[in-house]
Design a protein around this ligand. Structure first.
Ligand code: G
Ligand code: G
Ligand code: MN
Length: 527
C-alpha cells in the first residue's frame, strides 16, 4: 500500500512541478497585461484630448481675431470678416455675432431683424473664458453642432459652430476595437462628441472602474472638456486568456504525460508485484539445481537450488527480474518457503536413492529480520526422511552487515538446527575479515568475477589464491562460483580450492537431470 501512496505523491509532485510555475507566471502576466491595457486606454484618452484642445485652441484664436477685427458691429465689412475667418479655418462651419441674446449676423449674412437664439447661445461668458456645448440639430437630417462661444464686450459674444465628427475622425482605429468607446464631454458631463453611453460621467482623471467597464479620463486644463475612453474589463484580459489557454494547455499536456508515465511505470511494477503473488498461488515456480563438484575428484557433492518462474505468457522469467522485487516486497518469504518444500521433497528422494548431496538454499536480507525463516526451516526439513545435514543456507554479505545483532541470531539458530551456512558471492560485498571470524560459517563461495579473472592477467586474478588461503585458515570449505573452463579448474585445484560450480561442470538442471548427474559423478563407495 505504501507503493500507492508513493505513486500518488509522485503524481501530485509532477503536477505541481509542471503546473506551479505556469500558474505563477500567468498570475504575474495577468497583472502586467491589465496594467499595459490600462495604460493603452490612458494613451488613447490623451491623444483624443490633445486633438480636442487643438481644435478648441484654433477656434478660440479665430474667435479672438474676429472679435478684435469687428468690434461687435455687423456692417457689411464685418460679415466679410466672419466669412473669411470661416473659410480660413479648418474646423469652423459658421461664425455668428450675438448681441443681447440675439443673432445679429453670421457667416451667411446679416439677420434682418436680429434673430432670437437659444437660451444657451444668449449666455455671454465671462472674460477670457470659453463656453462649449452641443446644440441639437436644427432640421431632420442635420447633425448636432458644437458651439464654442467667447465674449467680445459685456453684451456681445461671438460663437463658432463646429462639426462634431471631426474630433474623433483620426481615432476610428480605436473605435473599431470591439467594446471600446470614445467620448468627448464637457466638464459637466454633457456630450460634445462620440459615444453617448458616457454622458453624465463624473469621475476624476486617470483610470476608474464603473460596473463592467474600465474608463480612462483625461481633463483639459485650457477648456471645460474631457476625453474619456471606455473598454469592458474583459478586454483588458482577453489577450491574457489566450496566453493562459496556450500555457495551461501545454502545461496540462505535459503534466498529464508525466502522470501517465508515472502511472504506467508504477502499474508495470505493481502488476509485476501482483503477478508474483498470483504466481505463488498458481504454482508457476519450479526448481533447478546447479551442481557443486569436488575439484580434486570430480565428485558431485551438492547443488544450489535456483528458483525459476514459468510465466503463463512470457515463458521463463529470469530471476534477476523478479528476485530483487520479491526481496523488496517481502514476497521472497513465501517464495523461499515454497522452494524449501520442494527441496525437502527432492532431498527425501535423493536419500531414498542413496544420492549423497547437500542442497543450498539462497536467503535474502529480508529473511534476517526475524526468526520466521528458522521456524519454517524447522517445520519443513525437520520431518522424517530428511536431514538438516544436507541443507545449506547461502547468505550474501549484504544480509548480515549493518544489522548484525538480529541477523547473527538467525544464523546461529539456523546452524543450531544442524544446517550448514555458506557466505555467497564472497568478494563483492564488504569482505571483512572481522565478521568472517565472528560468524560461524561452513562454506565460503568465491564470486564468479574472481574466477573470470583467472588466466587473464587481471589484477584481481591473484586474489583467488588469497581468498582460498584465507578460507582454509578459517577452516572453511571454499567453493568457486561460475567455473567455465578447464584452465580455471586447473588453477583452482593447484591453489587448493576444494569445490567448484559452474557451466564447466553443468548448467542448472531439472531435478531428474540433476539426479542423473549426481549418480554419474557419485562418490565411489569403497567396495
Ligand atoms: O541462475 P540464476 O540466473 O538463476 O540466478 C540469479 C540470481 O538469483 C542469483 O544471484 C541467485 O542467487 C538468485 N536466486 C535464485 N534462486 C533464488 C532463491 O530461491 N532465493 C534467492 N534469495 N535468490 C535466488
Ligand atoms: O549469486 P548466485 O551464486 O546464487 O548466482 C548463481 C547464478 O550464477 C545463477 O544465475 C547461475 O545460473 C549463474 N551461473 C552459475 N554458473 C555459471 C557459469 O559458469 N557461468 C555463468 N555465466 N553463470 C553461471
Ligand atoms: Mn547462491
Amino acid at each position: 500500500m505504501r507503493r500507492h501512496i508513493i505513486i500518488v505523491l509522485a503524481g501530485v509532485t509532477a503536477v505541481v512541478a509542471v503546473i506551479g510555475p505556469i500558474v505563477g507566471l500567468l498570475f504575474l502576466s495577468f497583472g502586467e497585461m491589465v496594467r499595459a491595457h490600462e495604460l493603452q486606454l490612458v494613451a488613447h484618452a490623451r491623444s483624443v484630448l490633445q486633438r480636442t484642445d487643438e481644435i478648441f485652441g484654433s477656434t478660440e484664436r479665430t474667435l479672438r481675431e474676429v472679435a478684435d477685427a469687428t468690434g461687435g458691429l455687423c456692417e457689411a465689412e464685418d460679415v466679410k470678416i466672419l466669412q473669411r475667418a470661416t473659410f480660413r479655418s479648418l474646423h469652423i462651419r459658421e461664425i455668428a455675432l450675438i448681441v443681447d441674446g440675439r443673432l445679429v449676423c453670421n457667416t451667411w449674412g446679416v439677420a434682418e431683424p436680429p434673430q432670437a437664439v437659444e437660451r444657451r447661445d444668449a449666455v455671454v461668458p465671462p472674460p477670457n473664458q470659453i463656453v462649449i456645448y452641443q446644440r441639437a440639430p436644427d432640421g431632420g437630417d442635420d447633425l448636432p453642432t458644437i458651439v464654442v462661444q467667447a465674449r467680445v464686450f459685456d453684451r456681445i459674444a461671438v460663437n463658432a459652430q463646429l462639426n462634431p465628427l471631426q474630433f474623433l475622425e483620426p481615432f476610428r482605429y480605436v473605435r473599431d476595437i470591439e467594446g471600446v468607446g470614445l467620448s468627448i464631454l464637457t466638464r459637466d458631463g454633457l456630450m460634445i462628441a462620440g459615444d453617448a453611453s458616457l454622458v453624465g460621467l463624473r469621475v476624476g482623471s486617470g483610470i476608474s472602474r464603473i460596473g463592467r467597464d474600465v474608463i480612462a479620463v483625461e481633463r483639459s486644463w485650457r477648456y471645460p472638456a474631457l476625453a474619456a475612453v471606455k473598454a469592458p474589463v474583459a478586454w483588458l484580459t482577453r489577450a491574457w486568456w489566450r496566453e493562459a489557454l496556450v500555457a495551461g494547455g501545454a502545461g496540462g499536456v505535459a503534466a498529464a504525460a508525466l502522470v501517465a508515465l508515472i502511472v504506467f511505470l508504477a502499474r508495470r511494477s505493481l502488476s509485476l508485484d501482483a503477478e508474483l503473488r498470483l504466481a505463488i498461488r498458481r504454482g508457476e515456480f519450479f526448481v533447478q539445481y546447479l551442481p557443486s563438484v569436488d575439484l580434486a575428484s570430480g565428485v558431485c557433492v551438492g547443488a544450489e537450488a535456483l528458483i525459476r518462474w514459468r510465466h503463463r505468457e512470457k515463458g521463463v522469467v529470469r530471476p534477476d527480474l523478479f528476485i530483487p522485487l520479491a526481496e523488496e516486497t517481502g514476497l521472497i518469504e513465501p517464495m523461499t518457503e515454497w522452494l524449501m518444500r520442494h527441496v525437502a521433497d527432492d532431498l527425501r528422494a535423493f536419500e531414498r536413492e542413496g544420492i549423497d548431496v547437500y542442497v543450498g538454499v539462497n536467503l535474502a536480507p529480508w529473511h534476517f529480520r526475524d526468526h520466521r525463516v528458522v521456524d519454517a526451516a524447522r517445520e519443513i526439513f525437520g520431518g522424517a526422511g530428511c536431514s538438516f545435514e544436507r541443507v545449506m543456507f547461502e547468505i550474501t554479505e549484504r544480509s548480515v552487515v549493518g544489522d548484525r545483532g538480529p541477523a547473527h541470531e538467525v544464523m546461529v539458530a539456523l546452524r543450531a538446527l544442524g544446517a550448514k551456512l555458506a557466505l555467497d558471492d564472497f568478494g563483492t560485498g564488504y569482505s571483512s575479515l572481522g565478521y568472517l571470524r565472528s560468524f560461524t560459517l561452513d562454506y565460503l563461495k568465491i564470486d564468479k568475477s574472481f574466477i573470470d579473472a583467472i588466466g587473464k592477467g587481471a589484477a584481481t586474478s591473484g586474489l583467488v589464491d588469497v581468498i582460498v588461503d584465507m578460507g582454509r585458515k578459517l577452516e572453511l570449505k571454499v567453493v568457486a562460483e561460475g567455473v567455465e573452463t578447464a584452465e580455471q579448474v586447473e588453477y583452482l585445484r593447484a591453489c587448493g580450492c576444494g569445490y567448484g560450480q559452474g557451466w564447466h561442470f553443468a548448467k542448472p538442471l531439472d531435478p531428474a537431470a540433476f539426479r542423473e548427474f549426481a549418480r554419474i559423478h557419485a562418490r565411489r563407495r569403497a567396495a
